[in-house]
Design a protein around this ligand. Structure first.
Ligand code: PEP
Ligand code: MN
Length: 357
């Protein structure tokens, strides 16, 4: 079947929604029908082949799901999107008239698989979205985009779905916003879509993360929806019914990147000059602090005392975190900042102590 290229820049914000997985004909059609009826969704999605972390989970319905998606496309007139992980998936998706393909996070991390998908797309005019890899490696993410561009895919976009991390976190996948911002700087011509469903892993947090994507100038959102979220065969906790999804989408404010009012520009310039001034003071102080750390390095070296002094470090962390409220700075932010300062201080002492005089 001839695939017409879907224009990723055709509408901003671009809203993609549908179930995590196509499970049954009724669930797929009903979810997509209700999303289409809400008028808030531009593209319908469903996972057909599911890469699961552990064996024994539902691994996707396969080809029947593609025919349900093709049916919903005929019925609603909306374009459809599915995940592909190899050449065979690409071939089947194109046969069923899929408009947008996406490469999942587990696949982006594997250059062999990305190349397999790219090779199957040589000379095919279809739109492809590339999810960030599971690990925070933006070279791999960039590389996947480049592999597609090299075979001639012109419409390529990014999906930011967060990065897997170890330990307790409020999110299922750590958004690591600075990495996505870096990707926007690296590839300013490539649209970026936020995936609050996979970042948060829970429906209660969808709204705040979706709004954050909008405020970071993303080009759209991809969010999962299901007619009975709690009964979903995959990603149950992060799905919402179509009407709730529509409500959520309507509630997001998409602000503009600039305002022409001269008063706005004047106030902004004034505040920015304050920021520049404080930055200058802040970094001057940091520089002085590091110079003292070097002096400490010298006396530790001369007295054969080791760099890391856990008790002293523990004191500093406790003292600074105790000031969090008074400073109106979050403990999380202070913690990250303290760790960077400490690491730089250790590096500087290391240089002093372990390079020959
Ligand atoms: C999905 O979109 O359902 C999916 C499997 O996502 P990810 O590749 O981000 O885990
Ligand atoms: Mn999912």
């Amino acid at each position: 079947m001839e695939t017409k290229r879907f224009d990723l820049r055709g509408k901003r914000p671009l809203i993609i929604s549908g179930p995590c997985s196509a499970e049954t004909e009724e669930q797929t059609l009903e979810t997509c029908r209700r999303l289409a009826a809400s008028g808030t969704v531009d593209v319908l999605r469903a996972g057909i082949w599911k890469p699961r972390t552990k064996p024994g989970s539902f691994e996707g319905i396969g080809l029947p799901g593609l025919s349900w998606m093709a049916e919903i496309k005929r019925e609603t007139g909306l374009p459809i999107a599915v995940e592909v992980a190899n050449a065979k998936h690409v071939e089947s998706a194109l046969e069923f008239g899929v408009d947008l393909l996406w490469i999942g996070a587990r696949t982006t991390g594997n250059p062999f698989s990305v190349q397999d998908v790219a090779d199957a797309l040589r000379g095919v005019d279809v739109t492809v979205l590339v999810k960030n890899p599971m690990n925070p490696d933006i070279d791999l993410w960039t590389g996947a985009v480049q592999r597609l561009q090299k075979v001639g895919v012109e419409q390529v976009g990014l999906i930011h779905r967060g990065f897997s991390s170890f330990g307790l976190s409020k999110y299922r996948n750590n958004p690591m916003w600075p990495l996505a911002i870096e990707m926007k700087m690296r590839m300013p011509e490539i649209p970026i879509i936020g995936d609050p469903s996979h970042i948060t892993g829970k429906r209660e947090l969808l709204k705040e993360v979706a709004q954050q994507c909008a405020d970071l100038n993303y080009d759209g959102l991809i969010m999962e929806s299901h007619i009975c979220p709690d009964k979903a065969w995959s990603d149950a906790a992060q799905q919402v019914v179509p009407e709730e999804l529509a409500e959520l989408v309507r509630g997001i404010v998409w602000r503009k990147s600039q305002a022409d009012k001269p008063e706005f520009q004047m106030s902004l310039d004034k505040l920015r000059s304050q920021i520049d001034q404080y930055d200058a003071e802040l970094f001057m102080l940091l520089s002085k602090r590091m110079a003292v750390a070097e002096k400490i390095g010298e006396i530790k070296r001369d007295n054969e005392v080791m760099i890391l002094q856990s008790a002293r470090w523990d004191d500093i962390v406790k003292r600074v975190l105790a000031m969090a409220e008074e400073l109106k700075l979050s403990r999380e932010f202070l913690n990250i900042l303290l760790n960077s300062i400490h690491m730089e201080s250790i590096n500087r002492q290391n240089q002093v102590m372990n390079t020959k005089k």
